[in-house]
Design a protein around this ligand. Structure first.
Ligand code: PXL
Length: 276
């Protein structure tokens, strides 16, 4: 197995089972050397908590990048998640330009919205910058809310395949790479992931559990990234990541006190086995 080095750029929510506290263990479990660049440090994530602290690390990013450059530090892949400000996106683009090994993969989760609205603290300016980052990515992983914001199409809770195809057409005008659209559901008890490239649409349908848990987008994106870098196809990576995420939700559901994230850690051995 070749040993790849990935850099993931997203926040640390000290408690919350999202972003870096999910990406680092999952990517490491997938066998990747995982380097991190925290975009911000929050006491908790912003979904369902009030009064959280937020330390923006934007101004640390250029000096970290300059140090890496002076040391000749480079990466086989980048995976970005929750970014704390529009300015960070410019710094991330600098890192893509200066720290990439030849052929390095850029995977962008435009993590900024869900269930029809932007997360706390994000605005239209941020979405405009995110469009630029997506245009430079090899893979983007939006949910339907993010896809509607990135394309300017209305957000819809119920839709048909024509709406999904319209989102994909506009997303592929933005990003020439692979589009992985999550949470695409055509029936009440199932949902799925669309993998779209060069006009070819593939769909992995899976069980939809009654609970909607925080942080599942990050669990999915991290497992997808791990599987992709382990040489799986995008569709197989989506399937591995979706199955893992569903099992994490299933494990968490009975515990009504565990609302802020999913219990992904006990199932890491299962994720590792699914990569063999
Ligand atoms: O899971 C996405 C995410 C990541 N980081 C922070 C968040 C959220 C979603 O709300 O608040 C800080």
């Amino acid at each position: 197995m070749d040993y790849k080095r990935i850099l993931t750029i997203q926040d640390i929510s000290c408690l919350g089972q999202c972003s870096l506290t999910v990406a680092l263990p999952i990517l490491s479990a997938c066998g990747l050397e995982t380097c991190v660049l925290p975009s911000a440090v929050l006491s908790t994530h912003t979904g369902g908590f009030t009064g959280y602290t937020f330390r923006d690390l934007t101004e640390d990013m250029p000096s970290i990048r300059a140090h890496w450059q002076s040391e000749g530090i480079t990466f086989d892949a980048f995976y970005t998640g929750y970014l704390g400000s529009a300015k960070q996106i410019d710094y991330v683009r600098d890192i893509f330009r200066t720290c990439a090994r030849p052929g390095a993969l850029k995977i962008v989760d435009p993590a900024c919205a869900d269930n029809g609205s932007l997360y706390a603290g994000f605005d239209a300016e941020f979405v405009e910058s995110m469009k630029v980052l997506c245009s430079e990515a090899d893979v983007i992983l939006p949910n339907i809310t993010e896809a509607s914001l990135l394309t300017g199409l209305d957000y819809r809770e119920s839709y048909d395949e024509a709406y999904i195809r319209a989102l994909l057409a506009k997303l592929s005008a933005l990003c020439a790479g692979t589009i992985v659209l999550t949470g695409v559901s055509y029936a009440p008890d199932s949902t799925g992931v669309v993998v779209y490239k060069n006009g070819k649409l593939e769909y992995y349908r899976h069980e939809r559990l009654a609970a909607s848990c925080h942080g599942t987008g990050d669990v999915f994106a991290s497992a997808f990234t791990g599987a992709l870098l382990r040489g799986k196809t995008p569709l197989r990576s989506a399937a591995v990541a979706a199955d893992y995420t569903v099992e994490c939700i299933r494990l968490t559901m009975p515990d009504k006190t565990h609302k802020y994230g999913v219990k992904f850690e006990p199932l890491l051995p299962q994720l590792i086995a699914s990569l063999e």
